[in-house]
Design a protein around this ligand. Structure first.
Ligand code: SF4
Ligand code: MG
Length: 337
């Protein structure tokens, strides 16, 4: 079992005016070199916080409370900021929907790309420039030979996003974290970017963590999928099993809310009645019980553990409906709660 990334019982909290709130709880998953994991769930479910924890970019109010994040044999939660800086952008790259580490307005696109490429790819100046232009073309930037000398404010938001993607991919990271990478882009460019990510995976065995509310993208890209709800993993399965045989009532709801093809693509997503519970007021028992049509008394009072479906290949679900199916030998489930 050669995992590139192992996240183990991760718990992340944020300090707020009303005290500390746990936003990610007991999140566990593994990712091998060259493998793609998809993370789905409504906004606020902890998808982005999970990825920001791996990058150690939680800001001043965020804190990893428990758990471990092992990357390529190193424990990221223990590293100094300087060591983390070497890993970021080199071994682990991240693409955000709204780039947090946005482009520096003072330097031209080329300047910023060349610095990065020169630093990490060991190329001469002219090689680096040719490579940067090639990467800009690959993300669908027209007139890349001219654009490379422009300053960021001259570009549209969509173009800046593509420059950010070109930068993230140009260093051939071992792990690429893509958080809603193409949400702001039009369909053609979106398809181009996804193709580029697939190519990178094929050529460089890059592991990819793709976070999206778009199940179509998840189905197209992911080998396995985590479904998150209210800060927890509620289901995990390989992509075929998840789409074929979803178990958790929340996942079933997500599947049913997939819009039919291209019509009203965004609107119908997540039409499960009710809303995600607030972090300050997490319900007892199952966190989904207020929205679940199968909820029983047990669901209201007892937290369901993540159970492994018997006879499956690592299909896990956090739901009392499957307590009979618990695979006792897995060590994941608990017999008593
Ligand atoms: Fe629904 Fe109960 Fe399963 Fe929660 S544990 S998803 S409330 S059936
Ligand atoms: Mg997010």
């Amino acid at each position: 079992e050669n995992n590139l990334l192992e996240v183990d019982k991760l718990q992340v909290a944020f300090r707020t005016d009303k005290g500390e709130v746990v936003s990610v709880d007991e999140v566990t998953f593994q990712l091998k070199q060259g493998e793609t994991i998809g993370i789905v769930g409504e906004s606020g479910c902890g998808k982005s916080v999970t990825s920001l924890s791996i990058m150690r970019l939680l800001g001043r109010t965020g804190l990893i409370k428990k758990g471990a994040i092992s990357f390529n044999g190193r424990e990221l939660t223990q590293l100094e900021e300087a060591q983390m800086r070497e890993i970021r952008g080199n071994e682990i790259s991240m693409i955000f929907q709204e780039p947090m580490t946005s482009l520096n307005p003072v330097f031209s696109i080329g300047n910023q790309m060349l610095e990065l490429i020169h630093l990490h790819m060991k190329m001469s100046k002219s090689e680096a420039r040719a490579y940067a232009i090639e990467m800009l073309k690959k993300v669908g930037i027209p007139r890349a030979e001219q654009i490379i000398d422009e300053y960021p404010h001259k570009l549209s938001g969509g173009m800046r996003q593509r420059v950010m993607i070109a930068m993230a991919l140009s260093c051939k990271p071992r792990l690429l974290i893509a958080d809603e990478p193409t949400t702001a882009l039009d369909v053609t460019i979106q398809a181009q970017i996804l193709e580029l990510m697939k190519k990178l995976r094929q050529e460089s065995q890059t592991a990819i963590m793709i976070i999206s509310h778009d199940l179509g993208i998840i189905a197209e890209m992911a080998d396995k999928v985590l479904v998150m709800y209210a800060g927890q993993v509620v289901e995990e399965a390989d992509v075929f099993t998840l789409f074929d045989d979803p178990k958790h009532p929340y996942t079933v709801g997500l599947m049913e809310s997939i819009p039919h093809l291209e019509h009203d693509s965004q609107q119908k997503l997540f039409s499960i009645p009710g809303t995600v519970p607030h972090l300050h007021a997490m319900p007892k028992g199952c966190r989904f019980h207020q929205r679940c049509q199968h909820a029983t008394e047990q669901c209201v009072t007892q937290k369901p553990p993540l159970l492994t479906i018997q006879g499956s290949n690592g299909h896990r679900v956090r739901c009392w409906l499957y307590q009979e199916e618990e695979q006792v030998v897995s060590g994941y489930g608990q017999n008593e709660v």
